[in-house]
Structure formats: C-alpha cells, structure tokens
Design a protein around this ligand. Structure first.
Ligand SMILES: [Zn+2]
Length: 183
C-alpha cells in the first residue's frame, strides 16, 4: 500500500504503556492477516489494564462495521458495564476512519494512540479531524505515528501478498481456459 506514509515518530505524551499496547496490537493484526483480514488491530486499556482487544473482523463476521476499533470499543463498554470510556485509551495500528473516529468520540474515549496515517480514510488528521473537532461534544486526545513503520509494513506486506495471489489465480484460470479451448 504505497499511499500509506509515515508522518512522524512518537512524540511526547506517549508512554511506555502506549508503546507496549501498540506492539500488542501489531501482533494481533499480524494474526488477523493469516485469517484473511486486513491487518489492523486495536486495544482499549485503562492504565495498564487491557479492557478489550480486537482485529478487523469484517470478513469473518461479514460485518460492514467490523473495524478493529468499533469491535474493541463495544467490547470495552460491555466489560465495564458502562458506555463511557473517558478514563480509557485506545491503541490502533492505523489512523481511524470516520466511523471509528466517531465511535471514539461517542464513547467519550480519553486518549487515542495510532500508528500509520491513512491518506484514504484517515479521520484524525489526514482527511478529517473528528476527535479534535470543537463542534462535537467531546474531544479525544490524540497521538499519531507510534511505531508507524511497523504498522505500515504490516499493511504493505498484506497487500503485496494479496496482489501476488490474485495474479497467480488469474494465471491459473487463464491456463485452465487454454486447456479447455484446446480440448
Ligand atoms: Zn474504521
């Protein structure tokens, strides 16, 4: 995914816990790729306590809203028995889209830590700035670019492999077609 870019490295305000949570999200995302999901994962935590973690499950759950952030936010609310996540942070490997940034605002999430920026759908700083929009009733503190290199590489490798598989499938179909024609 060439359009993914690395903007900056982690800056002040990012704790060791945030970095550890991002590392955990990266491992979870890598696992999701093996299940055919786009490798994006999110962890919701309070202090050092993990409340919920999820990877994209759009393919497996056939759920159009099955982005890692929405799944993790929902689970964190269930775990706390409370829809307000104001004392919580979320680490996610890719800059959230409008739906997920909106979910973070609606959850009154305290902090959002993300890895790679997303030029195609990023709604935190790239295309929109939903978590910091003063017209909305809640602002989420944001820290972007955390372990961004690793998050970008994960996505690049996934799409590179998927393209290679699609190419191979096309070649196989073409070969089968040639055999049929000559029969
Ligand atoms: Zn999303």
């Amino acid at each position: 995914m060439n359009s993914l870019r690395l903007v900056r490295s982690a800056h002040s305000g990012v704790s060791d816990v945030d970095v550890r949570m991002m590392e955990r999200a990266i491992r979870l995302a890598r696992q999701a790729a093996l299940d055919g999901e786009v490798p994006i994962a999110a962890i919701v935590y309070r202090g050092e306590e993990i409340l919920a973690e999820a990877a994209n499950n759009r393919e497996r759950a056939a759920d159009p809203t099955g982005h890692a952030e929405v799944v993790a936010i929902r689970e964190a609310g269930r775990k706390l028995g409370e829809w307000r996540l104001d004392g919580c942070s979320m680490a996610v490997t890719l800059e959230p889209c409008p739906m997920c940034a909106g979910a973070a605002v609606n959850a009154r999430l305290g902090r959002l830590v993300y890895g790679a920026t997303d030029p195609k759908a990023g709604a935190c700083e790239t295309l929109y700035s939903i978590p910091s929009d003063v017209r909305l009733n809640h602002r989420v503190e944001m820290f972007g670019g955390v372990l961004a290199n690793q998050c970008v590489e994960l996505l690049r490798a996934f799409f590179r492999e998927r393209r290679a598989m699609q190419k191979k499938a096309k070649e196989t179909a073409r070969a089968a077609d040639a055999v049929r024609r000559s029969a």
